[in-house]
Design a protein around this ligand. Structure first.
Ligand code: NDP
Length: 349
């Protein structure tokens, strides 16, 4: 198999890249700049200058024909994995999320139709943000159980009007995913579409030596660092509220991508890749166990109170384990594998 992977330097995509290469796939890794490619080359030096790995640069994924050049390959691609999409939580104009998410997705699909007709399957990394309704009360009786049949209802107009980055980011993911399904429904794509919808993604960085300072951490990892480990915190501080209880380990999510890239039964479906609940308090507990040298920094909170409030929404996606065969890692393993990397990065800064 020959795979085009966008956003290849990202937190999740590097694990996808690593697992694809390990499994013997040949991959063209695409990023926004040569400097990001150079960093990838260091981390994946074992595969550089082998037929298994080459690179492409697409500086702006929103321009018409953005991917046309990198989509042409000999041997040709049969799989495309599109992960590139802005994810941060600073307040910005909504279009900063919406344009790259939506146009990036439609550009890669139309590029495939134009110049890469050999592509049989396209994976789009969507999100639980494309499933959840953030405008609903998170607590109800009975609790809302989200499944892959649910959709974030925010419209493009509502997303444009908000100045809340949580809402515009989430809408960018649901509107981009909808655009992909619409493209296929309209009969424009001669390929199978698969989307993957993870909630909070945590776990170790593929190569922590790439990260010069904590501010460069990807958003989901940075939330852990900023709320539980950054200098200035004290063990007597309160543990901040949980931003999102649902979570999955980055390595399990990468595996879901690799399986979904070829498994016949995975085609033309949305896969909700969710391991369960993980609270800020539970993260604090694991960090304190893993990092005794940080015991004066990591908030103790109320170590026994790790559960979400009664009636809080949850998730159900047994099909992901049954059909894709994913066995989820524990939150303890995930957080404890990340913990020493955060200290290493902090020391280097
Ligand atoms: P990263 O920030 O580590 O990776 C994001 C990737 O997308 C990077 O390659 C980045 O390039 C690229 N990108 C960001 N903005 C743009 C843009 N405007 N134009 C082109 N490329 C861009 O984050 P993750 O690995 O966490 O995210 C990967 C995917 O997973 C995203 O689609 C995200 O929405 C999704 N996701 C992540 C979750 C999480 O908890 N981490 C949860 C659910 C979904 P550059 O380095 O140049 O900025």
């Amino acid at each position: 198999h020959r795979v085009l992977l966008t956003g290849a330097n990202g937190f999740i995509a590097q694990h996808i890249l690593s697992q694809l290469l390990e499994a013997g796939f040949s991959v063209r890794a695409v990023a926004r700049s040569q400097s990001k490619i150079d960093a990838l080359k260091k981390s994946f030096s074992k595969y550089v200058d082998t037929p298994q790995l080459d690179f492409g640069v697409v500086p702006d994924i929103t321009v018409p024909g953005a991917f046309d050049e990198v989509l042409v390959s000999d041997p040709p691609f049969d799989i495309v994995i599109h992960t590139a999409s802005p994810f941060f939580l600073r307040p910005v104009a909504s279009t900063v999320f919406l344009d790259p998410a939506i146009k990036g997705t439609t550009e890669i699909l139309s590029g495939i139709t134009r110049v890469a007709p050999t592509v049989k399957r396209v994976l789009v990394t969507s999100s639980f943000a494309a499933i959840v309704d953030f405008s609903a009360n998170p607590i109800s009786n009975p609790p809302k159980i989200y499944t892959r049949d649910d959709w974030n209802p925010t419209t493009y107009e509502q997303a444009l009007a908000t100045d809340n980055p949580n809402i515009s980011y989430a809408a960018s993911k649901s509107l981009a995913e909808k655009a992909a399904w619409d493209y296929v429904k309209e009969g424009k794509g001669n390929f199978e579409l698969v989307t993957l919808n993870p909630p909070g993604v945590y776990g170790p960085l593929f190569d922590p030596s790439q990260i010069a300072k904590p501010e460069d951490l990807n958003t989901s990892t940075n939330i852990i660092y900023q709320t539980l480990l950054r200098p200035g915190l004290k063990s007597t501080d309160t543990v901040p509220p949980t931003f999102l209880y649902l979570w999955v380990d980055v390595r399990d999510l990468a595996q879901a991508h690799v399986v979904a890239a070829t498994k016949p039964e995975a085609a033309n479906q949305r896969w909700f890749v969710v391991a369960g609940d993980l609270s800020q308090q539970e993260m604090a507990n694991y960090l304190r166990e893993a990092l005794p040298e940080k015991r004066d920094v990591i908030p103790i909170g109320e170590p026994e109170k790790t559960k979400k409030p009664e009636g809080f929404y949850g998730a159900s996606a047994p099909e992901t384990e049954q059909v894709l065969g994913i066995k989820y890692r524990s939150a303890e393993e995930s957080i404890k594998d990340l913990a020493p990397q955060l200290v290493e990065i902090e020391k280097r800064a």
